[in-house]
Design a protein around this ligand. Structure first.
Ligand SMILES: CC(C)(COP(=O)(O)OP(=O)(O)OC[C@H]1O[C@@H](n2cnc3c(N)ncnc32)[C@H](O)[C@@H]1OP(=O)(O)O)[C@@H](O)C(=O)NCCC(=O)NCCS
Length: 147
C-alpha cells in the first residue's frame, strides 16, 4: 500500500538515509525538525508497504512562494511516478495555503531532475554561480500555479 503523509520526527533516520544515498549529503537531524517546524504541510514522505521510499521538503521562503529544498526517490524506485505523485501532493498543499509560485534550485549537471521538473511545469528562470559546496552552479526553476 502506498501513502503520502506529512513527515513526522520519527521518520528522520529513514529520510536521512535517502538524502545520503540519493543526494550524497548528510545534514544534522535537527535540520529536519527545523524544516518540519517551518511548514509542516510542505514536508511529506511517501511510504510503500510501511517503508519510506521518497520525500519532498519545501518551505514558504517568501510570502506565497514555496521553495523546494529537497526531493528524492530511492534509486530502485525511480521511474515509477513516485516523484510526480509527491509533486502533485505538494501542488495541492500550495493551493490550500494560497501559495502561487514554486521555486527550486537544481544542479546544472542534473539533467534527469531538470527534465523531470520541466514535465511538472517548471521553467528555468535564472542561474546562480557557485551554488553548491563543490563550486557547481545551479539553475533556478519556477512554476506558477494557476488553479
Ligand atoms: C528527480 C527524481 C526525484 C524523479 O523521481 P521519479 O520518481 O523517478 O520521477 P517519475 O517516475 O515521476 O518521472 C521520472 C521520469 O524519468 C524517466 N524514467 C524512467 N525510468 C527511470 C528510472 N529507472 N530512473 C529515473 N528515471 C526514469 C521517465 O521517463 C519518467 O518520465 P515520464 O513521466 O515521462 O514517464 C528522481 O530521479 C531522484 O530522486 N533523483 C535523485 C535526487 C535528485 O536529483 N533530486 C532533485 C534535486 S533538485
Amino acid at each position: 500500500m502506498m501513502v503520502i503523509r506529512r513527515f513526522s520526527p520519527s521518520d528522520i533516520r529513514a529520510v536521512m538515509d535517502i538524502v545520503k544515498s540519493s543526494l550524497g549529503e548528510t545534514y544534522p537531524p535537527s535540520l529536519y525538525l527545523t524544516l518540519h517546524n517551518i511548514w509542516e504541510d510542505g514536508f511529506m514522505v511517501l511510504e510503500e508497504d510501511g517503508r519510506i521510499v521518497a520525500f519532498v521538503a519545501a518551505v514558504e521562503s517568501e510570502k506565497q512562494v514555496a521553495r523546494i529544498l529537497m526531493l528524492a526517490v530511492l534509486r530502485e524506485h525511480r521511474g515509477r511516478s513516485l516523484g510526480t505523485m509527491l509533486m502533485k501532493a505538494l501542488h495541492a498543499k500550495c493551493i490550500a495555503n494560497d501559495i502561487h509560485t514554486i521555486k527550486l534550485e537544481v544542479r546544472k549537471s542534473n539533467k534527469t531532475a531538470m527534465s523531470f521538473y520541466e514535465r511538472q511545469g517548471f521553467a528555468v528562470t535564472g542561474e546562480i554561480e557557485n551554488f553548491y559546496v563543490n563550486g557547481e552552479g545551479a539553475y533556478v526553476m519556477t512554476k506558477i500555479i494557476d488553479n
